[in-house]
Write a protein that binds this ligand. Structure first.
Ligand code: G6P
Ligand code: MG
Length: 217
C-alpha cells in the first residue's frame, strides 16, 4: 500500500494507562505526596525513566541515583503484577476491527511504543503476531516527544514519514508524530489532544472508509 499505520500501545490498543497510573500512585503514596489523574496525563507516552523524573518534580522530591534505580524497578514490578493478569478481553473496543480493516485494505501496520513491556503486553492479549514490526522502548534511545520511535516505524514500513498515520493517546506522542511529519490521530480527550490532525474519542468512532482519503492510486 502507499500508506502505513503506526500504533501506540498503551491507551490506544490496550488500556494499560490505568495500571501505569496505579503503579506510579503507589510510589507517590510511599513518598508522601498526591498524584492525580491530571498529573498522570503528563506521564503518558513518556519513557519509564522520564516518567519518574516528572513524578518527582510533581512531588518536589529529590532522590539519589541509587534510590531512583530502586524505585524504577519497584514501580515496574507493581506494573508487571497487573499486566501479567491481562487477557484478550482488555483489548480496547474497536482495535481489532481497525486491524481487520487495515488487513483488508492491505495496509501494513507496526507498533510504536515507549514501553519496554510492549511485547509482553501484546502476547498477553494475543496480538503479538499481528504487527509487521514492533518498535518499543527497547529499540529507541530517545523517548517521545522525540520522533525517533516513529521514524524507525516508518523505516520498518518501508515508507516515507509523510505516508505514515500515527494513532496516539498521549500529548507527547502526538508531538512526536508531528515532529516526524506524520499524520497524527488523537485518541481520547479532544482538548488534551487538540494538536492532533484528527481526533476521535476511541477507536470505534473511526469510519470504515477513513483511510481512503490517504490512499493514492
Ligand atoms: C508508554 C506509556 C507510559 C510508560 C512508557 C514506558 O508510553 O504511555 O506511561 O511510562 O510506555 O513503559 P514501560 O512499560 O517501559 O515502563
Ligand atoms: Mg499511549
Amino acid at each position: 500500500s502507499t500508506i502505513g499505520v503506526i500504533f501506540d500501545l498503551d491507551g490506544v490498543i490496550v488500556d494499560t494507562a490505568k495500571y501505569h497510573f496505579l503503579a506510579w500512585k503507589d510510589l507517590a503514596d510511599e513518598l508522601g505526596f498526591e498524584f492525580t489523574e491530571a498529573h498522570n496525563e503528563l506521564l503518558k507516552g513518556v519513557s519509564r525513566v522520564r516518567s519518574l523524573e516528572i513524578l518527582l518534580d510533581i512531588g518536589n522530591v529529590k532522590l539519589s541515583e541509587e534510590k531512583k534505580q530502586e524505585y524504577l524497578i519497584s514501580k515496574n514490578e507493581v506494573y508487571l503484577g497487573y499486566i501479567t493478569k491481562m487477557g484478550p478481553d482488555e483489548i480496547l473496543p474497536g482495535a481489532e476491527d481497525l486491524l481487520n480493516n487495515l488487513d483488508a485494505l492491505e495496509v501494513k501496520y507496526v507498533l510504536g511504543s515507549a514501553s519496554k513491556n510492549a511485547p509482553l503486553i501484546l502476547k498477553q492479549v494475543g496480538l503479538l503476531d499481528r504487527f509487521a514490526a514492533i518498535v518499543d522502548g527497547n529499540s529507541v534511545s530517545k523517548a517521545k516527544p522525540d520522533p525517533e520511535v516513529f521514524l524507525i516505524g516508518a523505516e520498518k514500513l518501508g515508507l516515507p514519514p509523510e505516508k505514515c498515520i500515527v494513532f496516539e493517546d498521549a500529548i507527547a506522542g502526538v508531538e512526536a508524530a508531528k515532529a516526524a511529519h506524520m499524520v497524527s490521530i488523537g485518541i481520547g480527550d479532544q482538548e488534551t489532544l487538540s494538536h492532533a490532525n484528527f481526533n476521535f474519542n476511541n477507536l470505534t468512532e473511526i469510519p470504515e472508509d477513513f483511510f481512503a482519503q490517504f490512499i493514492s492510486e
